[in-house]
Design a protein around this ligand. Structure first.
Ligand SMILES: Cc1ncc(COP(=O)(O)O)c(C=O)c1O
Length: 378
């Protein structure tokens, strides 16, 4: 076994795979469009600072996070590129946005008034991206609300509206009329702003599904997230996107035991060995994001084969039946997510089994699992 300063469980982050996926996203861009990479939620669990630095080295200069806290983590790490804070600016955060040169998504009239007043107090302007709710039904100005607010907005001398943005609700459904309707509303807002003399430099609406499924030629930015991390935006995208898994969750066998036939394994004894069984025990569990729903049905990759998880997933331990791989020894590494030996267990595979989306799979890999950054992996 390699020697570890921590228990032998880690998530390997394959940086070349990340770049490969970025180039995939960029292939959908028109020459005047650039990628603003979404690194919120700790870069979907992959580690915000190293991932952002990797994208910077690959030429990206625009990033999006969810909150002021996430933005400050990047600023503290010396990342001084354009940072869009998708969650907007909460009361009391205005000064920090100005001080750290952060761009909030402008979600409502109240934050527009607060931000402008604070910027004027500092005798400066704050750059903002005006967010329009074109049909997501979540946050942002509704088109009518924006029309009513426009005369006031035009007077807010502390704001520099550098971007106009919206978000797509159903872009992962390639035949959805909702996206067409959203694009129509978004374009109507663009016109309305133009007529009011507001001409943001950047226009953007497309997430991973949007950019790989829909043409928005007037956009200057696209906002890929999940596809960068190797997850499909939806089942219809497997033929369109050639993505590589980025996160490889691995754990080494810490105990190897032989249990007689008929032994109960793990809490509840809802698994009993049918034969004399070699059981490999790994130091990882649901506290690390290895979902308890994998009890008796998870899989791992060991010595070029898939091995079955047996018994219930515990908080800190899981067990595999490795009887059919007699060469197995303590310290051997089992891959739980990602790829090894030419086999893979993708985030989308987990998502399907868990009835969720790969976004949640990656985000839930816990902070107890160290991320190791690799220049290339199997
Ligand atoms: C406003 C916004 N833009 C872009 C993205 C990236 O989306 P995706 O991960 O589907 O590419 C997200 C993610 O949820 C988002 O909230």
């Amino acid at each position: 076994m390699d020697s570890f300063p921590h228990r032998p469980t880690w998530a390997e982050i394959d940086l070349p795979a990340l770049i490969h996926n970025l180039r995939q996203a960029e292939q959908f861009c028109l020459p005047h469009q650039r990628a603003l990479t979404v690194v919120k939620a700790d870069a979907y669990g992959h580690g915000a600072v190293p991932v952002t630095n990797c994208f910077r080295q690959a030429g990206v200069r625009d990033f999006a996070v969810a909150s002021l806290e996430e933005a400050l983590e990047l600023r503290t790490a010396g990342i001084d590129d354009a940072l869009l804070v998708l969650g907007g600016c909460y009361p009391g955060q205005e000064q920090a946005f100005i001080e750290h040169n952060l761009m909030p998504a402008l979600l409502d009239p109240q934050s527009a008034l607060r931000l402008s007043a604070e910027a004027e107090r500092y005798n400066c302007q704050i750059s903002v991206h005006l967010k329009v709710d074109s049909g997501m039904g979540r946050v942002g100005f509704l088109p009518d609300q924006l029309r009513d607010f426009l005369p006031q907005l035009q007077q807010l001398k502390g704001l520099n509206i550098v971007g106009l943005m919206s978000h797509l609700a159903c872009a992962d459904e390639l035949d959805s009329g909702v996206t067409l309707q959203q694009l129509e509303r978004f374009r109507a807002v663009q016109l309305m702003l133009k007529e009011a003399g507001i001409d943001p430099a950047d226009i953007h609406i497309s997430n991973s599904a949007g950019l790989s499924g829909w043409d928005v030629p007037e956009a200057t930015l696209v906002r890929p997230g999940i596809m960068l991390y190797g997850g499909l935006p939806g089942p219809d995208f497997s033929n369109r996107l050639d993505l590589q898994p980025v996160m490889h969750l691995r754990s080494c066998i810490s105990q190897l035991r032989t249990l007689p036939a008929g032994s109960g394994v793990s809490y509840g004894h809802n698994f009993h060995t049918a034969r004399e069984t070699r059981v490999a025990v790994l130091p990882i569990g649901y506290a690390d994001g290895y979902n308890r729903l994998f009890s008796n049905c998870g899989q791992g990759i060991l010595h070029g084969q898939k091995v079955p998880l047996i018994g219930r997933v515990c908080m800190d331990w899981i067990m595999f039946d490795v009887t059919d791989l007699p060469q197995t020894k303590v310290g051997d590494c089992i891959t739980l997510l990602g790829s090894a030996d030419g086999l893979s267990i993708l985030g989308d595979d987990w998502a399907q089994q868990l009835n969720t989306i790969s976004y949640e799979v990656f985000c839930r890999i816990g902070s107890r699992v160290p991320r190791r950054y690799a220049e290339g992996t199997t």
